[in-house]
Design a protein around this ligand. Structure first.
Ligand SMILES: [Zn+2]
Length: 373
């Protein structure tokens, strides 16, 4: 799909101090910084790898505190500010996959600093962000998880953009990416819960004795309807096949494209070649095993969306994330599955209009909401 153009907005520095908001989107491999006018019109965007090599590490009792992330964010913002000229940074929004507590990341699974000694890797890892940034830039700063931020982005810049009175909006956002997560804006406010985990609907139970999920339980929706789930499910099914060449012909053919051998693809060749993209490709070529994996994505996704509809009763569920954006054709069948489980009026299901940058818009929406208070 075409990405929305957020870079061209006619910004010109005219010598006066301009008011800006800043948004950080922190991922396991890269960090994006966007600077925008107070309206949300983006004037600057920079992306760099997530630095896990800093030695700014402190150990307090059973906690390892990693300051490297906050240091990197400060440097990125200082560099952008000096490049753009005089500006007044009014608010900063930060987005990360979490888990999040007290303005910091707590044991993030996707960010593991290299400098933490192996003996300390089982200890709690805390990465403070809000306090160091508000101290350095003297403005309000807030940190939210990616799905809560994404639904804020939908409210401000996406499906709710044209609605002036945001208190009338009831929206949910679901991501089908590495995992499955949800954000909800209901009755005109963000739904967070006591720890900010109100959107953990990827862990609704869909199958008895099902696949192991990253959360440690079996049979969660995320164990089937996510990038990691697709690969795991394909692996499990392939290992059960009585005749690999007969029962998964497309997988064998695709594996041979990677590593041609005269004797045909072995099970280990096929297993190591599996990616979500490969599974979709094989399903499109009517491979029966790949069809089963995609049918499981649709079933689990439908149950999770039905849970969102029952829990929050939104008007619309906007769906994003790498898997949904690359394969929007699964949304129709997932919506159909969702409807079959509902006796309440079903929400509309649509692909996010904000594309893969929905969380960056979310970071800006957080900053905007800080100014509104
Ligand atoms: Zn789970």
């Amino acid at each position: 799909m075409e990405e929305p153009d957020i870079t061209a907005c006619g910004f010109r520095y005219n010598g006066d101090m301009i008011d800006v908001i800043a948004g950080f989107d922190i991922g396991g491999t890269k960090i994006a910084l966007v600077l925008a006018e107070l309206s949300g019109a983006v004037i600057h965007r920079v992306v760099e790898p997530t630095d896990t090599t800093s030695v700014a590490i402190e150990v307090k009792n059973d906690t390892v505190i990693y300051h490297g992330l906050a240091i990197q964010l400060q440097r990125m913002l200082h560099e952008a500010a000096s490049e753009l000229g005089e500006m007044d940074i009014r608010a900063i929004g930060i987005v990360s996959a979490g888990p999040i507590r007290e303005g910091a990341l707590w044991n993030p699974t996707n960010i593991v600093p290299e400098g933490i000694a192996p003996s300390r890797r089982t200890q709690r890892r805390v990465m403070p962000l809000v306090e160091p940034l508000s101290g350095a830039f003297h403005c309000p700063v807030s940190l939210l998880n990616d799905c809560s931020a994404a639904v804020l982005a939908e409210v401000m810049f996406g499906v709710g953009k044209e609605v002036t009175d945001k208190s009338t909006l009831h929206l949910a956002y679901a991501t089908i990416s590495t995992g499955f997560g949800v954000g909800a804006w209901i009755d005109g406010r963000l739904i967070l819960g006591k720890d900010g985990n109100a959107g953990e609907l990827g862990h609704v139970y869909v199958r008895k004795d099902g696949l192991m999920c990253g959360c440690g339980n079996r049979g969660c929706a995320e164990a089937y309807c996510s990038g990691t789930g697709i690969v795991k499910n394909a692996h499990a099914l392939l290992q059960e096949l009585p005749d690999l060449q007969r029962d998964a012909p497309e997988f064998c053919r695709l594996a041979l494209d990677d590593a041609p051998t005269s004797s045909g693809a072995s099970l280990s060749d096929v297993l190591s070649s599996i990616t979500p993209m490969r599974v979709f490709e094989a399903a499109a070529a009517n491979d029966p095993l790949a069809r089963t994996v995609i049918d499981d994505v649709i079933f689990a996704g439908g149950i999770a969306l039905a849970a969102i509809a029952c829990a929050y009763d939104p008007q619309c569920i906007s769906v994003g994330g790498g898997i949904a954006l690359a394969h929007p054709e699964i949304l129709g069948p997932i919506e159909h599955e969702m409807r079959s489980h509902l006796n309440v009026r079903a929400p509309e299901v649509r692909l996010t209009p904000l594309g893969s940058r929905v969380t960056e818009f979310g970071a800006l929406a957080i900053a905007q909401s800080l100014l509104a208070h």
